[in-house]
Design a protein around this ligand. Structure first.
Ligand SMILES: CC(C)(COP(=O)(O)OP(=O)(O)OC[C@H]1O[C@@H](n2cnc3c(N)ncnc32)[C@H](O)[C@@H]1OP(=O)(O)O)[C@@H](O)C(=O)NCCC(=O)NCCS
Length: 174
C-alpha cells in the first residue's frame, strides 16, 4: 500500500497517457470522471485534444500526473479562466488499482497549492455528481464549499444525474 506522502506531482504529458486508457470500465465511469462530452472508451486522441489546450503562456488547461515511484497514480486537470482569475478542477482520478488508500487528498492539495501560487487566480471551483461520495469527501477535506446543485443536469442512458458546484477562494485556502 503506497504511503500518501510518497506521491509526487508533475506535468501530465503524452508519455503518461497510455497508463490511464483502461481506468474507466464503462461509459458511466467515463462520464463520472470527465463529463458527458467524452466518447467511450477513452483513447489517445481524446487525451491529445486535452493536451493541445495546455500550450502557450496562458493555456486554457493545466494537466497534472500523480506518481508513486514511476507508476501513474493520479490524473487531474485545471481549466483556466485567466480573465476572471478562476480555475475549474476537473477530471480528477486515482488509478483504480490504487484507490481507497488516501492518495486523492495529498494529490489535490499539491495541485491546489500550485494553482494559488499563481497570483492571477482567486477562485478554484469544480463540478461533481451528487452521488460521488468519495470525491465529495475529498473536496470537503480540502476546504471546498458546496455552492449549489444543478438538478437533473446530465443525461446518462436512461438516468439523469444532479451536478453539485463547489468553490474554494484564495482567502479560504491554507
Ligand atoms: C474520487 C477519487 C479520485 C478519490 O480517490 P480514492 O483513492 O478513491 O479516495 P481516498 O482513498 O483518497 O479517500 C477519499 C475520501 O473518501 C473516503 N472513501 C474512500 N473510499 C470510499 C468509498 N468507497 N465510499 C465512501 N467514501 C470513501 C475516504 O475515507 C476519504 O475520506 P476522508 O478524507 O474523509 O477520510 C477516486 O475514487 C476516483 O478516481 N474515482 C473515479 C473518478 C471520479 O469520480 N472522479 C471525480 C470526478 S468529480
Amino acid at each position: 500500500m503506497p504511503d500518501p506522502s510518497a506521491l509526487t506531482v508533475e506535468t501530465f504529458t503524452r508519455k503518461h497517457a497510455a497508463a490511464m486508457l483502461d481506468w474507466f470500465a464503462s461509459r458511466e465511469a467515463l462520464i463520472q470522471w470527465g463529463g458527458p462530452d467524452l466518447s467511450y472508451p477513452l483513447d489517445t486522441a481524446q487525451i491529445e485534444a486535452m493536451l493541445a489546450e495546455t500550450a502557450g503562456a496562458e493555456p486554457s488547461r493545466w494537466m497534472f500526473a500523480g506518481l508513486v515511484g514511476d507508476r501513474l497514480a493520479g490524473h487531474v486537470q485545471v481549466a483556466l479562466d485567466w480573465r476572471n482569475g478562476v480555475g475549474r478542477l476537473a477530471r480528477v482520478a486515482i488509478n483504480p488499482s490504487m484507490r481507497g488508500q488516501g492518495l486523492a487528498q495529498p494529490f489535490l492539495r499539491e495541485v491546489t497549492t500550485r494553482f494559488f501560487a499563481n497570483s492571477a487566480f482567486e477562485r478554484l471551483e469544480l463540478n461533481v455528481y451528487t452521488f460521488n461520495e468519495t470525491a465529495i469527501r475529498t473536496y470537503n477535506g480540502l476546504g471546498f464549499r458546496e455552492e449549489g446543485v444543478r438538478r437533473s443536469s446530465v443525461k446518462v442512458g436512461d438516468a439523469r444525474w444532479d451536478t453539485a458546484l463547489y468553490g474554494l477562494l484564495r482567502t479560504e485556502w491554507t
